[in-house]
Write a protein that binds this ligand. Structure first.
Ligand code: HEM
Ligand code: NAG
Ligand code: NAG
Ligand code: NAG
Ligand code: NAG
Length: 318
């Protein structure tokens, strides 16, 4: 291929970071949003947890070079993908649900709906189908041509993180303290591994002791779920109602029953505590702030070449 042609090609595929808008596919693929919702409904019947797992993909995609489906690219001989990054390996799951949505969409309107938009639609549907709010999503994203495992490793927070650190991290993405607390409410659904809480059960901050902010009866329960010699892939519920999107997560935090350190810290630290209290009392305020946060997170984009992938796991062949 001549260098000139390459420049031309780059020119036409550049211009991602486009204006996102609601109803973006109403002309080219009017059924797009229905198709994704149907796939999510089927996923709910097969395995309720998969909705939480899909929703989590939005966070792990959008924080790493914007919402561009870079997360979904498999490793190639020349590129390490993000799926094996520290925060994702043995943890992110349900990629096959996104594949199913993509296949259904390709049958009806080939080459039209981006994988990045599928993640955004499916995340919204996951919340709506588990009892949470429903909202209009802005669409029109393009899929990236590359991924960055290194960027993911540098950015995605550890379950050990404290509120100060998280406020700072979310601030880098123009997300407010309120956005941080509301978005953490996504842990109203889904599960986490013992791996993510062993340190807080047995050696918080290297003290050789458990995290003192865990309510004693809840700690007994966690100790039973995750004894020190446990298979650390064992999982526990992130809140007391793990298949219902509600404000139980915040009630749990108020009573010292947060699962992850990064959850409980939101009640321990004064900067975030008032929002936790507010959301624990007013479900409607949580829902409203959550939707606002998801939309802001979905707006994260960088200027880079893009395309509509035919298969979410690989870039289109030139
Ligand atoms: C505030 C910083 C956050 C931290 C430190 C964090 C960390 C984690 C960790 C450690 C897990 C369990 C992983 C495992 O043990 O395999 C998890 C699960 C989950 N996270 Fe987060 N998370 C954060 C924010 C978010 C956000 C913003 C969202 C989405 C909007 C989200 C959605 C989820 C969901 C739905 C699950 C359960 C997934 C499943 O059951 O497969 N998290 N998170
Ligand atoms: C919060 O975490 C950061 C980064 O790990 C650490 O430097 C800081 O001392 C912690 N803050 C408190 C008050 O524990
Ligand atoms: C945050 O907002 C500032 C000012 O509006 C803008 O310059 C910056 O690019 C934004 N950062 C991100 C990550 O969106
Ligand atoms: C606890 O963590 C500290 C520092 O991370 C480490 O030096 C120590 O050996 C750990 N103790 C136990 C009992 O694992
Ligand atoms: C969890 O399972 C995976 C794959 O089966 C394995 O590679 C990994 O080492 C396990 N992780 C832990 C913390 O036990």
């Amino acid at each position: 291929m001549s260098p000139l042609f390459l420049i031309f090609l780059l020119h036409i595929i550049t211009g991602a970071a486009t204006q996102l808008r609601t109803g973006y596919y109403s002309g080219a693929c009017p059924k797009a949003e229905c198709i994704v919702r149907d796939v999510m409904k089927r996923a709910l019947m097969r395995e309720p947890r998969s909705l939480a797992s899909v929703m989590r993909l939005q966070f792990h995609d959008c924080f790493v070079n914007g919402c561009d489906a870079s997360l979904l690219l498999d490793d190639t001989p020349t590129m390490l993908g993000e799926k094996l990054a520290l925060a994702n390996i043995n943890s992110l799951r349900s990629y096959e649900v996104v594949d199913e949505a993509k296949e259904s969409l390709e049958k009806v309107c080939p080459g039209v709906v981006s994988c990045a938009d599928i993640i955004i639609m499916a995340s919204r549907d996951a919340v709506a189908l588990t009892g949470g709010p429903d909202w209009e999503v802005k669409l029109g994203r393009l899929d990236s041509l590359k991924a960055s495992q290194e960027a993911s490793d540098n950015i995605m927070p550890s379950p050990r993180a404290n509120a100060t650190f998280l406020i700072d991290l979310f601030g880098k993405f123009n997300l407010s303290v309120k956005d941080l607390v509301a978005l953490s409410g996504s842990h109203s659904i889904g599960k986490a591994r013992c791996f993510s809480i062993m340190f807080r059960l047995y050696n918080q901050s290297g003290t050789g002791r458990p995290d003192p902010t865990i309510e004693p009866l809840f700690r007994e329960k966690l100790d039973k779920l995750c004894p020190s010699n446990v298979d650390q892939n064992m999982t526990g519920d992130l809140d007391a109602t793990p298949v219902l999107f509600d404000n139980q997560y915040f009630k749990d935090l108020v009573s010292g029953r947060g699962f992850l350190n990064s959850d409980q810290t939101l009640f321990t630290f004064p900067q975030t505590r008032s929002f936790v209290r507010q959301f624990s009392t007013y479900r409607g305020k949580f829902f409203k702030a959550f939707v606002k946060g998801m939309i802001k997170m979905g707006d994260l984009q960088i200027k880079q070449p893009g395309e509509v992938r035919r298969n979410c796991r690989v870039v289109n062949a030139l």
